[in-house]
Design a protein around this ligand. Structure first.
Ligand code: PGA
Length: 257
């Protein structure tokens, strides 16, 4: 199980410091059930590196640029994250897709950059509410996934195997993010089944034996985590709001396994 906290553009400096301290302190019990990953804002990378150093809690960036370096004011590259000690990157979060117009092709280019830098990418996919209402979610999300993974599809078999062994997918229905409106257990189970089948059809025998982990995200909290994590095909959770509350996040970690 992987439990990942997406802090988004939160919290302030003091609260971030306190959150890292609590995680580091409780790490042995929480980590016994799952692999814990934090995605803090990049200005807190030094803090993440220093405060998590004695733990196995890993951390990463919420985004990266598709190029290794250059005149891209305001951006950071996957290489920079890796050199600084981060080991993960979130890519294609629905907020990036919506507010920064990130297309599947761009997500796929960022994925290639993340893999080249040695990071573990979490590729986020999920349908908006209107798509769910008309019942087209499976087709929408599977298409989004295939296009976001295009750059892996083009690799040689050996490179593809290496890439797939590091890949993680997060299914996050857009209408469930930050709304408290969690998807039903059946909806989650069906989507994860469909995504597993899609990944198998795309990559077949190049997949790792245990498959590619698929996390669920969207209003996961301390109360609903246990039943969500118990769904077959759910390999963990990507947690937004509840990852900012140490107690709630630790409780979600303890619900795993
Ligand atoms: P939420 O966010 O848990 O606040 O719904 C999840 C996410 O955006 O990754």
């Amino acid at each position: 199980m992987i439990i990942a906290g997406n802090w988004k553009m939160n919290p302030n400096y003091q609260a971030a410091s306190a959150l890292f301290d609590v995680l580091a302190h409780h790490f042995p019990e929480a980590n016994s059930r799952c692999e814990i990953v934090c995605f803090p804002p990049s200005c807190y990378f030094t803090m993440a590196r220093e405060k998590l150093i004695k733990t196995d809690i890993s951390w990463g960036a919420q985004n990266c640029h598709q190029q290794e370096k250059g005149a891209f004011t305001g951006e950071i590259s996957a290489q920079m994250v890796a050199e600084f000690g981060g080991s993960w990157v979130l890519l294609g979060h629905s907020e990036r897709r919506e507010y920064y117009s990130e297309s599947d092709a761009l997500v796929s280019d960022k994925l290639a950059a993340a893999l080249a830098a040695g990071l573990r990418p979490v590729i986020c996919v999920g349908e908006p509410e209107a798509v769910r209402v008309r019942g087209a979610q499976d087709e929408f999300v599977q298409k989004q996934l295939a296009a976001s993974l295009e750059n892996i599809a083009e690799l040689t078999a050996e490179a593809q195997k290496a890439a797939l062994s590091r890949l993680v997918i997060a299914y996050e229905p857009v209408w469930a993010i930050g709304t408290g409106q969690v998807a039903s257990l059946q909806d989650i189970a069906e989507m994860h089944q469909g995504l597993t089948a899609k990944i198998a059809s795309l990559f077949g025998s190049n997949l790792p034996q245990a498959g590619v982990p698929i996390l669920y995200g969207g209003s996961v909290n301390a109360e609903n985590a246990q039943e969500i994590l118990a769904i077959e095909g759910v390999s963990g959770a990507l947690v937004g709001g509840a990852s900012l509350k140490a107690d709630a996040f630790l409780s979600i970690c303890l619900s795993a396994g």
